[in-house]
Design a protein around this ligand. Structure first.
Ligand SMILES: [Zn+2]
Length: 236
């Protein structure tokens, strides 16, 4: 599918989506020109899904800002929690009394041949799920999810399951089949809400600017797109 057609199809579902690398590079320039974020006084933290499919942009951001603290994990949820965010807030370089933190994260979903949630990865014969963590929750026996015991060997996935329970319950109540697109949007809302709560708490102790950029990364065979959800600067 040509890029223009692909973009048109993505915009039908995510009207504000852009090519991920250009969107993020524009944010970097805006952060510098409007807010004085430069690599020397900024620390970059990323909370995306462990899936390497999102790495291209995260590596680009790491190269741009000079380092990367990772606070995410499965499905792009902020699994490192308050302790992780507190830790990165102590790693921020300062120049002439100015220091900045940049948080970037979000859920992700594949899109291929008009189908959401699937993507054929390089060198693989068949499409696989993206996000695999979210897809696994939707495929699981919901009764088992509701009654599952704490498993120390699967903590992140169990957290993703807990986050998805209200969405799956709503589908059951309304007689709808859960789908990955709506599940991704549900996950995105929860990432936004929890990250904002944590950052709002963090800035009471952080004497600098905090940029929060979140959104859904759309993985396609022509690269990643990004549909921004929250783009804001927080100050004490
Ligand atoms: Zn994932």
């Amino acid at each position: 599918m040509p890029l223009a057609d692909l973009k048109k199809k993505i915009l039908e579902v995510f009207p504000n989506a852009e090519i991920a690398r250009t969107f993020l590079m524009k944010q970097n320039i805006r952060l510098e020109e409007e807010y004085g974020f430069i690599p020397e006084n900024t620390h970059f933290a990323e909370g995306g899904c462990s899936d390497e499919i999102n790495e291209y942009e995260y590596l680009m951001m790491e190269q741009y800002w000079g380092e990367r603290f990772k606070f995410g994990g499965l499905a792009g949820y902020c699994h490192a929690g308050k302790t992780g965010l507190e830790a990165v807030s102590h790693h921020v370089p300062e120049i002439a009394g100015k220091k900045n933190l940049l948080f970037l994260t979000g859920a992700h979903i594949g899109f291929q041949d008009g189908q959401w949630g699937k993507l054929t990865r390089q060198g693989q014969p068949e499409a696989t799920s993206s996000c695999g963590s979210l897809a696994t929750v939707l495929q699981a026996d919901f009764e088992k999810v509701l009654t599952s015991q704490n498993n120390p060997l699967d903590q992140q996935q169990q957290m993703v399951e807990r986050i998805m329970i209200p969405y799956i319950q709503k589908c059951l109540d309304e007689g709808e089949i859960p789908n990955l697109l709506d599940a991704t949007k549900h996950m995105m809302q929860r990432i936004d809400a929890d990250l904002l709560t944590m950052i709002t708490d963090l800035i009471t102790r952080f004497d600098g600017q905090v940029a929060m950029i979140t959104g859904i990364t759309i993985n396609t065979d022509l690269g990643n797109f990004f549909s921004p959800s929250t783009v804001k600067i927080l100050l004490r």
